[in-house]
Ligand binder design. Structure first.
Ligand code: GDP
Length: 444
């Protein structure tokens, strides 16, 4: 089973959170070690694993509770979303030129499945309604040319050949001319692979690339080679400049390292994946489906998503109602400030607000102190006072009591009450509702 080992490695992480109520720095430590181990065993490179684990832990500790969702389910969702990001987020589509043939140059080491990919790709594009032509540019192995011709027949796509005595760049040029004459939509150029990277191969590829100015230069890599595949994509990109990769043999017991690392390591996306020897075993690389396959928990993911959506909606609606009716009270105030505090340090939240720029540690301490201060005062209020801040605005006696019970000054309490009314107005303004919302002056 593809990714089987990775999937079960991750499962042990979730299982350690059973019975927990929330995700904390302490209780995610062991699951995070499991995740780290599982990724390393899947042959993802260490720097990638480190960044991944850091990103997941940061989010896990800051995540708010969602009603009905268990912490382990929340962690599954966070890992899923980070996996999708790691693999490039969106699907990376092939680019086609608007006029003239689109030229796709295929490169890759020997045995990775490049010849097979040529025919599979033509077959795939034919299904998209594009006419194709293959160009046999591997002049070192006559057998490779024969193989391409056979595969071309299988998928019913013409193959341009010029024997083994012509330079690959020349063959590619001739093939492209032929394609233009025949008004073919896409030309797929096969090139010679070597067992290892060498200068002759790279020089030849550069020459072919220069001769035909391809729309896409795709490197075919074998998923079974794990993080080495990501290294190859990086090298080929630096040497000849590529537009993406095609990952083959995902049907084997690939451990997943290649699929997970290529984008992060090389900066180039995987555009297509091969998952079998048949001609229709080639498909676009969908990061989200791939992440779903790695986790093997489609139901949990959609459940968490739905719960998040419901909560966002309920919260937003409730808050909106309160704002509209100027009922935003100290309970909401507390909920908001606590939600902010739970998201991690105030600094992170401030850092996320565009235009806020750098915040000094002193400012952060200041903000956190003022949160604590507010909490203490709100806790000293009666339930009635929290719901009807007007009571406090109208009564100095009440403010005095709150000050005494919370150990703060009357002035501080007055400030807090004024702040709440200012917030009501600001929020109303934000919502574009201008009427009402005057700030009462505190009576003495
Ligand atoms: P080339 O040397 O890179 O041109 O590689 P070939 O196209 O000749 O393929 C090498 C071997 O890998 C052949 O036996 C193919 O059938 C096999 N192969 C190619 N792609 C896949 C794939 O996605 N899955 C599996 N299981 N085998 C593949």
């Amino acid at each position: 089973e593809m990714f089987g080992q990775l999937t079960s490695g991750l499962e042990s992480a979730w299982s350690k959170l059973r019975g927990e109520e929330v995700l904390t720095k302490e209780n995610i430590a062991e699951p995070m070690r499991d995740i780290r181990r599982a990724l390393l065993e899947a042959d993802v490179s260490l720097p990638v694993v480190r960044r991944f684990v850091q990103a997941v832990s940061d989010q896990a500790v800051g995540v708010g509770l969602i009603r009905g969702v268990r912490p382990d389910q929340q962690l599954v969702k966070i890992v899923h979303d980070e996996l999708v990001k790691l693999m490039g987020g969106e699907v990376s589509e092939l680019v086609f030129t608007k006029s003239g043939p689109t030229v796709i140059l295929l490169a890759g080491l020997q045995g990775v499945g490049k010849t097979t990919v040529c025919a599979k790709l033509a077959n795939y594009l034919k299904k998209l309604g594009k006419s194709c032509m293959l160009v046999a540019g591997d002049v070192y192995r006559p057998a490779a040319i024969d193989q391409l011709v056979i595969l071309g027949k299988q998928v019913d796509v013409p193959v341009y050949t010029a024997g083994t005595d012509v330079k690959p760049s020349e063959i590619a040029k001739q093939g492209l001319e032929e394609a233009k004459r025949k008004k073919v939509d896409v030309v797929i150029v096969d090139t010679a692979g070597r067992l290892q990277i060498d200068k002759t191969m790279m020089d030849e590829l550069k020459e072919v690339k220069k001769a035909i100015n391809p729309t896409e230069v795709l490197l075919v890599v074998d998923a079974m080679t794990g993080q080495e595949a990501a290294g190859l994509v990086t090298t080929f990109n630096l040497e000849i400049g590529i537009t993406g990769a095609i990952l083959t043999k995902l049907d084997g017991d690939s451990r997943g390292g290649a699929a997970l690392s290529v984008k992060e390591v090389s900066g180039k996306p995987i555009k297509l994946v091969g998952r079998g020897e048949r001609m229709d075993d080639l498909e676009p690389f969908y990061p989200d489906r791939m992440a779903g396959r790695v986790l093997g928990m489609g139901d949990v993911l959609s459940f968490v998503e739905k719960a998040q959506e419901v909560m966002r909606q309920e919260d937003a609606e409730e808050l909106q109602k309160k704002i509209m009716s100027a009922k935003f009270d100290f309970n909401d105030f507390l909920k908001q400030t606590r939600a902010v505090a739970k998201m991690g340090s105030v600094s992170r939240v401030i850092g996320m607000i565009p235009g806020m720029g750098k915040v000094t540690p002193a400012q952060i301490r200041e903000a956190e102190k003022s949160l604590q201060l507010m909490e203490a005062m709100i806790e000293a209020m009666t339930p009635e006072e929290r719901e009807k801040p007007e009571l406090l605005a109208e009564s100095p006696t009440r403010r005095k009591r709150v000050a005494q019970d919370s150990g703060k000054t009357e002035q501080q309490v007055s400030q807090l009450v004024a702040q709440l009314f200012q917030m009501r107005v600001r929020m109303k303004n934000l919502m574009g509702v201008m009427e009402g919302g005057s700030i009462p002056t505190l009576s003495n």
